[in-house]
Design a protein around this ligand. Structure first.
Ligand code: DGJ
Length: 724
């Protein structure tokens, strides 16, 4: 998997190869990343030419062909003649801001590395390559970590910067990943949006200059996702070379891509340099979060399959994996803050006979939480609403045959709370400046240990007080006025990152102390849907938008990187609270079951016919949940194209089963004929479609399956294929 030969490092996965080489001046050049090739030194691809205004480092002497500015770098520097995007910027005690790296050594470690306090793909198999670079003048070492997940076609990367000198070095930027291409004819796909419409794929050819997406909100954000794709101009679902890069991080990030002057391209991905400054005292080190790369020459579908499998099998840890799937009911959209124990019992009682196995009590159960203006920070039961407390409510829910889950928002505090009155300085605030509220709440300074300890203590007591097997961890505003009373002025540039480390610390404690509890991540829906969170929270509420038609787009965009089983998705009441649209219950079920599947409505308000449909939906989901959540996912259409229908398909790893889901748009007179060609089947097998006559796989893929003509808006259908 990892070959090291005199400064030449080649990493092989099953289907890809990655290579770098230290040249005669010790500069670590990136020589190749792409489909697997036999081997050999690929540095012959790098052309040394004398380019005007491309400076030459002193050690090159008279050699005007050697310039950092024109060669593909493995980890880019700055201030020393490479004018493209930097990965590393050091501020030295003399005030200079630059970085200059040369190859020093390497080592191989058994197994895939882990990062203390940070999420990372897990081994145990695999090997780690550590390439050590040195900035001799700065007395700084940079260790580049490479993990090879061979079977998954994933290369992971992390970076450790060590101060070996005697003075303070201030880290102004330390990206996790730099990837140079010696070609400019690439498209960039980013996943962008807003609250209630997250992760829309935006694709455009690279033009000269820099395109950058990112977040300075303290979270990865609704606006941009820390996952990007680069691909051939003509790459599509089933063909073309494409590269995916994700950052396993939940805070400020930047993904910047530059198409430079000679049609070379550089991707730099890591913590956003804005607001970031990390002083390293002598002997100290800083570890940048993990980034992961994947490559496919067969288009996006294969790329997604590889990413999904790696995320499912090597990143998330779901304590309920392998146990019978629980369908969930959540009270939020039915009640918001207005409920008491009896109202919750009513909702639970109407859900229990429908095959629903998990009741989740959402926001509003604690402190003085009657509106969003009060209560956050006080994680004790509101006895006006729940007079018997959790000790009474949870056994009553369990007696219905359901598990119990609870909502929390640990990172936040309302000024109208006991916690804030006791510790107003625990919320982020810049001295002398006015407050900036979001949803009437302030953000607790989780960079401070004592703040985390106090909040965790309260949560631990609450979680220990009853049989709770699910926690929804919410986060409902962006950070502002970020300043920590726990750090001196010259270290305020650490706060954003320390906040994220604090969130990870809290989640790690919860996982340690309550290993059987499934934690769902949430941030006003999908405002923190990233691979960093997935390491701790195996599922994330995909969006506050539960409208099934909008969800087609949101789940489509999310699926490029993240597996179906990580996407929180619920059926809610109509007309929908976000869009006012009414979609049939069948279609709402079809869309939500390509996710974690649950209901977020009062099922007591449904008709007898709807209840029958719901019973069938939960039974169908439970029967096929492995296929749905672990099957290879095919996007059969793009819902942003506004075609007559949206379709997708899950195929079991042995290709003996498949589930196809189709949702039509608005109905029109004289509808067109539609034939849907399936994907991923075994051409040699014969499949029964919904139990009918068997058809060969190649026929279903090449000739397709006719779709009925929709009658009325937003109709849907599913067909289940089983090999005979
Ligand atoms: C935002 C979440 O996304 C919703 O599902 C709900 O939990 C509310 N917060 C509660 O305040």
């Amino acid at each position: 998997m990892i070959l090291c030969d005199k400064g030449l490092f080649t990493l092989h996965t099953k289907n890809t190869t990655y290579q770098m080489k230290a040249n005669e001046y010790g500069v670590l050049l990136h020589t190749y990343y792409g489909p697997r090739i036999s081997s050999g030194d690929l540095s012959y691809r790098i052309q040394y030419t004398d380019r005007s205004f491309a400076p030459n480092p002193e050690e090159a002497g008279e050699n005007r062909l050697f310039s950092l500015d024109v060669m593909p770098q493995e980890y880019s520097t700055c201030g020393m003649g490479d004018y493209r995007l930097p990965s590393l910027e050091l501020e030295l005690p003399n005030g200079s801001r630059s970085a200059d790296l040369r190859y020093k050594s390497f080592r191989l470690e058994d197994g895939k590395y882990a990062l203390e306090g940070l999420p990372a793909f897990r081994g145990p198999e695999g090997e780690t390559l550590v390439v050590v670079l040195e900035d001799a003048a700065a007395q700084v070492d940079v260790e580049l970590y490479y993990g090879v997940l061979e079977d998954y076609d994933i290369i992971t990367r992390a970076v450790k910067v060590l101060n070996r000198g005697g003075g303070t070095v201030r880290l102004r930027q330390a990206a996790s990943l730099c990837l140079d291409f010696q070609r400019g004819d690439l498209d960039l796909v980013t996943f962008d949006g807003k609250h209630v419409l997250e992760r829309r794929p935006n694709r455009a050819p690279l033009i000269p200059g820099v395109r950058s997406v990112g977040s300075v909100r303290g979270t990865s954000s609704h606006q941009h996702n820390p996952f990007v794709l680069l691909c051939d101009h003509d790459a599509g679902e089933d063909h073309g070379l494409c590269y995916g890069a994700m950052l396993l991080y939940s805070g400020n990030f930047e993904a910047a891509v530059e198409r430079a002057q000679f049609d070379d391209v550089r991707l730099v991905l890591g913590i956003h340099p804005h607001h970031f400054c990390w002083p390293l005292e002598p002997g100290e080190s800083f570890t940048a979060p993990e980034a992961a790369l994947c490559c496919s020459k067969q288009g996006f579908a294969v790329l997604s399959h590889r990413l999904h499998r790696a995320i499912r099998e090597r990143l998330i840890q779901n304590p309920w994996k392998g146990l019978p799937q629980r369908v969930l009911i959540n009270n939020w959209e039915a009640t918001e803050f207005t409920f008491d124990a009896e109202r919750l019992m009513q909702i639970a009682k109407s859900a229990a006979p429908m095959g629903i196995g998990l009741f989740v009590m959402d926001d509003g159960w604690f402190g003085a939480r009657d509106t969003d203006a009060a209560g956050l920070g006080d994680w004790t039961v509101n006895r006006d609403k729940l007079p018997g407390g959790l000790e009474d409510l949870v056994p009553r829910i369990k007696a219905l045959g359901m598990d119990f889950g609870i909502w929390i928002e640990p990172e936040m505090v309302n000024e109208d709370s006991k916690l804030y009155r006791a510790h107003p300085d625990w919320a982020f605030q810049i001295p002398g400046r006015t407050k900036v509220r979001g949803r009437q709440q302030l953000v607790l300074d989780f960079s401070r240990r004592e703040v985390r300890d106090a909040v965790y203590g309260a949560l631990k007591a609450m979680l220990s007080s009853a049989d709770i097997s699910y926690v929804k961890w919410d986060m409902n505003r962006s950070l502002a006025t970020v300043w920590s009373a726990g750090l001196p002025p010259q270290r305020q540039g650490e706060v954003f990152h320390r906040y994220v480390l604090g969130v990870y610390d809290m989640l790690a404690r919860m996982r340690r102390d309550f290993p059987g509890v499934l934690i769902e991540g949430c941030s006003g829906g999908g405002g923190r849907f990233d691979a960093g969170m997935l390491y701790y929270t195996p599922q994330i509420w995909c969006s506050d938008n539960t409208d099934a038609i909008d969800r087609l787009r949101i789940q489509y965009g999310t699926s490029f990187c993240y597996p179906v089983g990580t996407m929180g998705a619920h059926v809610s009441a109509v007309p929908n609270a976000q869009t006012g649209r009414s979609v049939p219950i069948e279609t709402r079920g079809v869309v939500a079951m390509s996710g974690t599947f649950g209901y977020e409505m009062d099922l007591g308000q449904t008709t007898g016919e709807e209840r029958e449909i719901i019973r069938r939906q939960t039974a169908f989901f439970k029967e096929h949940s492995r296929l749905i959540q672990e099957g290879d996912y095919y996007r059969l259409t793009d819902p942003f194209q506004n075609g007559p229908y949206t379709a997708w398909e899950q195929v079991s790893p042995d290709r003996r089963e498949a589930l196809v889901s189709v949702v039509f748009g608005t109905a029109h007179g004289a509808p067109p004929f539609s034939t849907l060609c399936l994907k991923g089947l075994d051409p040699a097998l014969r499949y029964r479609v919904n139990g009918g006559e068997p058809y060969p796989g190649d026929v279903l893929m090449e000739a397709g399956w006719p779709l009925p003509m929709p009658w009325d808006d937003y109709q849907s259908l599913q067909f289940y294929l089983a090999a005979v």
